[in-house]
Design a binder for this molecule. Sequence first.
Ligand code: NDP
Length: 253
Amino acid sequence: SDQPLHGSVALVTGASSGIGAATARCLAREGAAVVLVARRRDRLDRVADDIASTGGLAVAIEADITEPERAEEAVQGTLDRLGRLDILVNNAGIMLLNSALHTTIEEWDRMVSLNVAALLHMTHAAVPHLIYAASTSPRKVADLVNVSSTAGRIARPGSSVYSLTKFGLNGFTESLRQELLAEHVRVSVVEPGTVDTELLSRLSDTTRQAARRQADRIEALRPEDIADAIGYIVTRERRVAVNEMLVRAADQT
Ligand code: NDP
């Protein structure tokens, strides 16, 4: 097949909506068998059905990856059902914007447990399999892509803990990149700007309105714009490593 990812298996977390769903569709179009991980079964099935209807292969795994056993099972389930893991996209994340004074500690905990702890469990479970895939696949390379944010580079009021998780993710990614390059596992970070997804709908009412007002002033990116960036990274030949991609909406300062 002339599809660049033919024979590869990709796992995408947070594949039930937004950037993750678009990324799963994109990787399937490039020929990968795709495992979709998130909590909303109906939404996962819808994405998987879409992929199947265009001739792709998709498996939905319903899991709350903030539970460590569920994260490990998602990786193991991928191995059991598809035999390998070539690409992990750590995309699941939540942004709860609020000031330190007005937020609740629960909001902070939720961001840390998904954006950091769950991502670590997924990564730790996947790394040995990525190394194995890199040494055995026709592509002779494997990929780990972490979805960070412009908030992983620039801190603003109201996003203190979101920025804590994303700045940390950037450092984690760079360290892993150096650890794994000799194994031909490429480790990359993608930093989206404002993307039109369900991310804002998860905010509390007041912060959602403020964020919407801000987002309404610009033409936001579409989830497919970020999926394209991830698709570009993982379809490069093994001599090319795209370490980092910062993709803003064109109107965004
Ligand atoms: P969405 O809210 O549409 O997607 C978030 C995904 O994460 C959903 O599929 C959700 O599915 C999944 N998820 C949430 N909690 C869990 C959990 N406990 N276990 C498993 N999956 C979970 O938003 P986006 O597509 O925008 O967000 C994707 C990533 O992009 C995030 O990391 C976000 O920080 C980042 N990003 C987004 C930007 C934007 O402007 N939209 C800008 C910069 C970065 P479910 O609820 O079914 O579990």
